[in-house]
Structures are given as C-alpha cells and as structure tokens.
Design a protein around this ligand. Structure first.
Ligand code: SF4
Length: 324
C-alpha cells in the first residue's frame, strides 16, 4: 500500500472536570489515503465528532489533546500543539452539520467564496470571482454566476450545503473532514450531497473523513470505516467486509438497526442500554454491559484491535478464535 495521506497515531483527548480527568478519546489511530472516503461511525457520545475536532485543532478548554501525533502528506504534526492550525482551511477543509452556521448571513455567497479564495490563493478579485462561479458549478449549483450575488437565506438547505462544500474546496485542500454533513437536510437531498462528495473525491483525488451516526450513509459512500465506541475505535476495515461480516458485536448491533429492503423483519433490532457517560466507563471492554457475547475476560481486560478476517476488531472473541 502506498504512503497514506494522513496517519493518526495514539490520539487521546481529556477533559478536566471538577478536579477529575475524564478521557474522551483513547488511543485513536487510523490512516486514510488520497482519493479515499473513510467513514467514522458510532452513536452519539462515541467520540467521532471529537476526533474530527482534534484533527482540526478545535478542542477548547477544559478539553485538551494529551497525546497523539499525525503524519500529513509526509509532514509530522504533534497533535498536542497548534500545528494543525496551519493546515486547517488550506490543506484540511471542514464541512459541518448545519450549513447556516458555516455561512455568514450578512454577506453574499460570492463575497464569502472570493474572500476565502483570496485568503489562501494568489488570485485577483476578478480571478477569484471566476473561480467562485466554477466552484458553485462543480458542486452542482445551476446559474452559478447569478447565484454568487445571492445571500445564504436565498438558497435551500441542500443548496446551502453545496455552497459550504464549495467553500471547503476553495483552498484546494487534500483532505476534507465532513461531520454529519447530511443530518440537517431533507432525506430527499441527503443522498445527492453524499453522491456529490463521492464524485469530488474521485475527480480530485480528495480524501474525505465522513463522520456520521448513520450506517446506511457509510455503506453508500465509504471505502473503509472506523466504528467508534466510548472514545475508542472498536472496528476498522473495508466497508464491504464490515457491512457484510461485522467482527465486533457493537458493529453487528449497528448493522441490525438499519432498515433493509432485502431482509423482512417485524421490527428493527436495537442495542440494549446506552453508551456509558465519560465518568462511568466500565473496566475491561467498555461495551461489555451491553454485549450479548460477553464472556470471561470482557469485564476485566480492555482488548486492543485484533486481526478479525478482513477487518480489525477490539474484541476478545477474536483472541479466542485465534487460540482455539
Ligand atoms: Fe463483547 Fe467481550 Fe467482545 Fe467486548 S470483548 S465486544 S464484551 S465479546
């Protein structure tokens, strides 16, 4: 495999609350290559958005990155420092859930695109406006030249998210971190936005980290997926393998909760219980109180990622299979 564009190693994020240290991300490691879409999935509170925020240098006190480093395009960055700030915007773009918060209602879409373009690239005002129209066109906005002079409220939700994608692409980044980019949109436009990201990824060799709670979006869009639970990656591998043969009981639970047109079920299955709070993460495997397969070591020892067929899963079942 060629050198990944981004390799994250041992990312740890802590929060100091009332004199105690709570660990919100623990030893998170993964890689992503150019032109690849890596999904990051899990329930609310699993740590997926925090992972994106840490890579963008957006963790505010009382939170802090207490360990971790990343290699980005051959450059080593200590995640505890502010090295990511130089990469953000120019080399790493971001798309967040609510396009309205990413856009300034007082400025036209064209003004915002031109300003972003000129901040990062050596373009005249005229060149930047031409490029802004091209970006709108590339993201599927018709009549782009005229729409540059409109304000965000004159765009529908789906179109606004396309504008946000155009803004994220303006500086020609190599990586985009998209945090729940379709959650605030109507179901009818969600898959259009996902297909757009997929197309841009293929055309530009752009790498995308797609953060979502929706396993259906992962199956539709991603090449590989990292499943997170309680601040850790519990399974990582090619999407096809994870979807068709999940190796971690938590991933199996997520898959069973997706509606399917192929399998007839009276009701969708749910994973019993809830994700533990940060101040109540159980010892051993954090999933053990909810796990239908828990056995001997599960409430004592915490498993690291183990080889599990085509994927790697943090689950003692795979040690048992290996030694059986
Ligand atoms: Fe379940 Fe044990 Fe595997 Fe955790 S380690 S997922 S509790 S079987």
């Amino acid at each position: 495999m060629s050198q990944p564009l981004l390799a994250v190693e041992g990312l740890r994020v802590e929060f100091r609350v009332d004199g105690s240290i709570l660990t919100a991300l623990d030893n998170v490691s993964f890689t992503i290559g150019a032109g690849e879409i890596l999904g990051v999935v899990g329930e609310s509170g699993a740590g997926k958005s925090l992972t994106g925020a840490a890579l963008l240098g957006l963790i505010d006190p009382p939170g802090r990155v207490s360990a971790g480093r990343m290699q980005f395009d051959g450059q080593m960055v200590d995640l505890r420092g502010d090295g990511m700030i130089a990469l953000r915007g120019r080399h790493i773009g971001a798309i967040f859930q609510d396009p309205l918060t990413a856009l300034d209602p007082l400025f036209t879409v064209g003004q915002q695109l031109v300003e972003t373009l000129r901040m990062h690239l050596p373009l005249s005002a005229r060149q930047a406006r031409l490029r802004a129209a091209e970006l709108l066109q590339e993201t599927g906005i018709a009549d782009a030249e005229a729409r540059l002079d409109q304000y965000p409220h004159q765009f529908s939700g789906g179109m606004r998210q396309r504008v946000v994608i155009a803004l994220a692409l303006a500086a020609q980044p190599q990586l985009i971190i998209a945090d729940e980019p379709t959650t605030a949109l109507d179901v009818s436009v969600q898959s259009q936005v996902i297909l757009l990201l997929k197309r841009l990824c293929g055309e530009r060799g752009l790498a995308v980290i797609l953060i979502t709670h929706d396993m259906g979006v992962i199956a539709q869009a991603c090449d590989r997926v990292a499943v997170m639970y309680s601040g850790r990656v519990v399974e990582i591998g090619p999407v096809r393998s994870v979807v068709q043969a999940p190796a971690h009981p938590y991933t199996r639970g997520l898959m069973a909760a997706i509606p399917s047109t192929k399998v007839r079920r009276k009701r969708l299955q749910q994973i019993d219980g809830t994700m533990p709070r940060l101040d109540a993460i159980p010892p051993g495997c954090a999933f053990h109180p909810r796990c239908p397969d828990a056995f001997g070591p599960c409430d004592v020892e915490r498993p690291d990622l183990l080889e599990a067929g085509q994927t790697r899963a943090a689950c003692w079942l795979h040690r048992r299979e290996k030694s059986a």
